[in-house]
Design a protein around this ligand. Structure first.
Ligand code: ADP
Length: 385
């Protein structure tokens, strides 16, 4: 059965065309032009019926695009616009025919069949020139209008984004101070406490520290993104730093019975980096590796020397990351799991922070992963000269 695509936003009109054509053709439907273009790519219809008055790209623009995509496929404008020049405008934009609405049910099948058999309506030379020029002018006007609209919306979004950043920063500061006081007093009371009370206070301290880490994360993001502070680049012994961080990871990994391996070459050179930022990169990658790896899994930290740089990799045998998510996970607040149903803690800021921190130290960060088998996050840092 030949395929006929109908691009039309009105469900009633689509239903009517389905009814009139579906015994002879497979009628594909698209409710706007962009979907119509995708369906044309994927399904290669033999004929396209196109409503002119559709949302986003209008029918004329869709016809121009479709003609360049598939010049051999006839496009027929199907429209209620019977104003003067409507037919010429459609043909000048790339349509091969014009059927006015309302559709005549007795005629429709014959009309469609004629186009499938090779019927093409054309404009005579002079008419084509006049209408093509008018169409071009209209396109430029529409483009200008769209650019203005998008620029305005973009400004509004930037302002909202700035307000969001400011909110996070103010909220983090407002939370940090009282929490520190709370924590200070709790530790004081804990020293005096005995028995059960000791244990309760220990839990309060533990949870407060957890909260402090989350708030710290919110503050770190602001500090990195705003570019407020320049990195304090110094000579750093990567080996010592990694070993210290891996010791910390051991404590976390032990609770999930995860094995932690370290593979550093003997002659690992010293690097140029901001120590605090390097800590942020590694702590985020390591805690993610443990967080997203099931009990009994393995985490391996490796380093190797490349040209003028050191490459550090954190490998895990965890849940992995689907290919389509691998870029997006580095965006602030992006998490693969739905935030309402997620089982892992965190704000979705760790990788954004790691990415900014690597960039400000002059390096790159990337991920390789296989879903269900594990992920490897790698980053580079320049060797100290
Ligand atoms: P958070 O860990 O707080 O959710 P991140 O920015 O550190 O935020 O990570 C963003 C998302 O990337 C995580 O929510 C998770 O979906 C995914 N991700 C990060 N690291 C790993 C990993 N090692 N294995 C699998 N998924 C990961």
């Amino acid at each position: 059965m030949q395929k006929v695509l109908y691009i039309e936003d009105s469900p009633d009109a689509r239903r009517l065309v389905q009814r009139l054509l579906s015994d002879r053709y497979r009628v594909l439907e698209a409710e706007d032009g962009l979907t119509g273009i995708e369906v044309t790519w994927a399904e290669e219809p033999a004929l396209i019926l196109l409503d002119i008055n559709i949302p986003y790209l209008d029918g004329y623009e869709v016809a121009t695009k479709l003609k360049s995509l598939r010049p051999e496929v006839p496009i027929v404008a199907l429209t209620a616009d019977v104003s003067e020049g409507a037919r010429q405008r459609a043909l000048a934009a790339g349509c091969d025919g014009y059927i006015s609405k309302p559709i005549d049910p007795d005629q429709f099948q014959t009309q469609v069949k004629a186009f499938l058999k090779g019927k093409r309506e054309v404009l005579e030379q002079g008419e084509r020139k006049v209408y093509a020029q008018a169409y071009q002018q209209r396109l430029v006007d529409r483009l200008e209008e769209k650019v203005r609209e998008l620029t305005k919306v973009n400004e509004e979004l930037k302002e909202l984004d700035r307000m969001k950043d400011e909110f996070i920063s103010i909220a983090a500061h407002e939370l940090y101070t009282p929490l520190s006081i709370l924590l200070g007093y709790t530790v004081m009371v804990q020293e005096e406490a005995t028995g059960e009370m000791q244990r309760y206070l220990e839990i309060i301290v533990d949870k407060s520290l957890q909260l402090q880490r989350v708030i710290g994360c919110m503050l770190d993001l602001k500090y990195l993104q705003a570019g407020e502070a320049l990195p304090k680049v110094e000579k750093v012994s990567l080996k010592e730093l990694i070993e210290a961080m891996v010791d910390e990871l051991d404590l976390l990994a032990e609770t999930k019975q995860q094995a932690v391996e370290l593979d550093l070459p003997e002659d690992l050179p010293e690097i140029e980096a901001d120590r605090r930022r390097l800590n942020l990169i590694l702590s985020n990658l390591l805690s993610n590796a443990s967080k997203f790896t099931p009990e009994g899994g393995k985490i391996r930290v490796e380093a190797r020397v490349g040209e003028g740089e050191v490459v550090v990799s954190v490998r895990d045998t965890g849940i992995g990351i689907p290919a389509k998510e691998r870029e997006r996970i580095f965006a602030p607040f992006y998490q693969i799991e739905d935030s309402l149903t997620r089982t892992h803690g965190g704000l979705g800021l760790g990788l954004a922070i790691a990415k900014s921190a690597v960039a400000t130290c002059g390096g790159r960060i990337w991920v390789e992963s296989e879903e269900g088998a594990g992920s490897t996050f790698s980053f580079t840092l320049p060797i100290y000269k």
